[in-house]
Ligand binder design. Structure first.
Ligand SMILES: Cc1cc2nc3c(=O)[nH]c(=O)nc-3n(C[C@H](O)[C@H](O)[C@H](O)COP(=O)(O)O)c2cc1C
Length: 265
């Protein structure tokens, strides 16, 4: 089983040690091939905002650095851990640059085989915001998010009070167990309401804009995602109520897009 850790801390500190603890727990049951991508050591420039990846395709990005290698590493993995400390109430800058540079994935998701675990550490506040944000990013990129865990830590990496250490250990154990279960199961979890809504939110512009957004349109068409009655990216049972609600959202969005295109003429 291949596990990739995208590490958004610039040091081998609290977040790295939490990831190592998850590795230890998994390795008690599973043979894992473990790889860290330390974003601090990766050649990853800031996004220049040219929109080329959205419009023409990521292969036309003018920046030639490690971004596409990182996508390939995620595709090759069975599980990906997105790990970051809380910085200024959100993910670290390293993690944000990584996400920005892969923003075409919000339009053209692809990690449907991979399980994800979201991990963050903080001194006091911001855990919920970071977990919610990274969970959303990973889901829209296609990941099956199996677990999310946030722990409190000391900036100087000194030992915490015993009760805090115990609570952190309990949380890491719980998240590792859920991740392990998902990795061993292999099959995809049923999509939740928001997953189904995201599918329809993505489908509306990909279908309506057509050749005005060729990269998205061709990608969606090639995957068969524009076919009538399609319920989700992959063939998994979809709750009929979620499907119904998703269709309403898509119908409304498509109407808005058509209106906007008419008035722009
Ligand atoms: C630049 C910077 C900003 C930080 N911002 C926050 C914050 O908003 N909320 C918080 O609870 N902790 C904050 N912290 C503390 C770190 O989140 C915390 O110490 C974390 O465990 C560090 O992880 P690391 O050792 O893996 O780098 C910040 C630390 C730094 C260096």
């Amino acid at each position: 089983m291949k596990i990739l850790v995208i590490m958004g801390s610039p040091r081998k500190g609290n977040t790295f040690h939490a990831a190592e603890r998850i590795r230890e727990i998994l390795q008690q049951t599973l043979a894992v091939e473990w790889e860290y991508v330390m974003l601090r050591d990766v050649d990853l420039e800031q996004c220049r905002g040219c929109y080329t990846c959205f419009a023409r395709g990521e292969e036309f990005c003018p920046i030639k650095d490690d971004a596409s290698n990182l996508e390939q590493k995620m595709l090759d993995a069975d599980g990906v851990i997105f790990a970051t400390p809380v910085y200024g109430l959100q993910v670290s800058g390293l993690m944000k640059v990584f996400i920005d540079r892969h923003s075409y994935l919000f339009h053209r998701p692809r990690f449907f085989r991979q399980k994800a675990l979201i991990l963050t550490t903080a001194g006091a506040v911001g855990i919920k915001e970071v977990l919610n944000y990274l969970d959303l990013v990973a889901r829209i990129w296609g990941f099956d998010v199996a677990a999310r865990v946030g722990i409190l830590s000391s900036a100087t990496m000194e030992p915490l009070p015993a009760h805090r250490e115990q609570e952190n250990e309990r949380r890491l154990q719980k998240a590792a167990a859920a991740f392990l279960e998902a990795l061993q199961r292999g099959t995809r979890s049923r999509p939740g309401l928001m997953d189904v809504i995201f599918f329809h939110v993505g489908r509306a512009p990909s279908a309506e804009l057509g050749e005005r957004a060729p990269a998205d349109h061709h990608y969606w068409a090639d995957q068969g995602w524009l076919e009538k009655g399609r319920r989700y990216y992959v063939d998994v049972p979809v709750n009929p109520l979620y499907h119904f609600l998703g269709q309403i959202v898509e119908w409304y969005l498509r109407r808005q897009i058509r209106k906007d295109m008419l008035s722009a003429r």
